[in-house]
Design a binder for this molecule. Structure first.
Ligand code: ATP
Length: 338
């Protein structure tokens, strides 16, 4: 029998008139990184809070490493580590002191706590900054320290709620590396994210949540295949060239044209690099000047559209959801028109 790190069955949670989770079912086998992907208000944080025993489901059950969150919350807490969007570390202490303090709170002796803190520092590549006050850390370093604090107790399952929100691309990459290293070393990870590329980079399984329910579940490759591959998009210097550009790009596939914004795009297969090159050649031959030419991955909205037939948040947009601000796929290279 496969060991389950987490099993949620028929889980509902209501906040006033908002049904944050609606009979959600989810089973996460041990030994993998799973991403819960969804827009603002989808219910991701609510699920993490229930799994972390910070709130109780109205109905349904959640088991973590075999322990029921309602009946055995202490056992559940001993099995998990939790890192959220806001740093839980003390800025007026060094990174090392922070981790030692957490280890002491776990009941380790002074010597054990020192040793455990150093292990975690090495695990997360924080050696160079460990002696500095945490308030002097960059956003990415602070997030890694926060992750470290959640690892001190050697959790079976690490719950990460939007771990890279607000980080710059470099810090984001560093945190991704840290998460990958942890996963390779055998920690199961459940992370929530609004970024498709984050799910793609880290997770072997992506569970898409919307309106408190699982609407799709599969490997990143499966979901991408269902959502389409992305497009080569040209932003024209002169919007009036749109028809000419469309004719030039037609051999690559049926183009979509936005004559007002002067954008022409064609769906691509594979990584799209061949199509990008062919598009550049075709546009040059047609003497169309472009301000920008690039590969554009499907946005979160487009993936939802492909998977559900609805836009994100439809039919009733959740509070806080701002159309057009979804991060979607990151640009495949610099200079992509968004
Ligand atoms: P985000 O990506 O913005 O963090 P999310 O997918 O994590 O979103 P949740 O935070 O789980 O979504 O929220 C799900 C729904 O429940 C939202 O409509 C939210 O406003 C509502 N909600 C969550 N917590 C509370 C609360 N404590 N009181 C009232 N409503 C809440």
């Amino acid at each position: 029998m496969t060991t389950m790190t987490m099993e949620a069955s028929g889980v509902s949670k209501r906040y006033g008139s908002v049904l944050a989770l609606d009979r959600l079912d989810l089973a996460i086998p041990a030994g993998q990184v799973t991403a819960l992907l969804g827009p603002n208000g989808a219910g991701k944080t609510t699920l993490v809070r229930l799994a972390a025993t910070l709130a109780r489901p109205d109905s349904g059950t959640i088991r973590i490493a075999g322990h029921d969150v309602g009946r055995s919350p202490r056992r559940v807490r001993a099995s998990i580590g939790l890192a959220g969007q806001t740093a839980a570390v003390e800025g007026a202490m060094s990174g090392r002191s922070n981790l030692r303090l957490v280890a002491r709170l776990y009941g380790l002796s002074r010597a054990e706590a020192a040793a455990r803190a150093d292990e975690v520092i090495a695990q997360l590549g924080l050696e160079e900054v460990a002696g500095r006050l945490a308030r002097t850390y960059s956003g990415g370093q602070r997030r890694r320290l926060d992750l470290g604090a959640s690892l001190v107790g050697r959790p079976r399952l690490l719950l990460l709620d939007e771990p890279t929100t607000g980080l710059d691309p470099r810090s984001r990459q560093e945190l991704w590396d840290a998460i990958r290293t942890l996963a390779r070393a055998g920690t199961d990870v459940l992370l929530t994210t609004q970024y498709l590329d984050e799910a793609d980079q880290l997770a072997s399984r992506v569970v898409i949540v919307d309106h408190g329910r699982v609407i799709a579940d599969g490997s990143p490759a499966e979901l991408k295949a269902r959502a389409g591959q992305g497009r080569v998009e040209a932003r024209l210097h002169r919007p009036g060239d749109a028809q000419q550009a469309a004719a030039a790009l037609h051999p690559l596939g049926p183009p979509s044209v936005d004559p007002v914004l002067g954008r022409v795009s064609v769906a691509v297969a594979g990584d799209g690099l061949d199509a990008l090159q062919r598009a550049a050649d075709a546009l040059r031959r047609a003497d169309v000047t472009v301000d920008d030419l690039g590969l554009r991955r499907p946005t979160l909205d487009e993936v939802f559209l492909a998977l559900t037939g609805d836009g994100v948040g439809a039919p009733v947009p959740e509070p806080g959801w701002e159309p057009g601000r979804e991060p979607g796929w990151e640009p495949a290279h610099e200079g992509v028109a968004r």
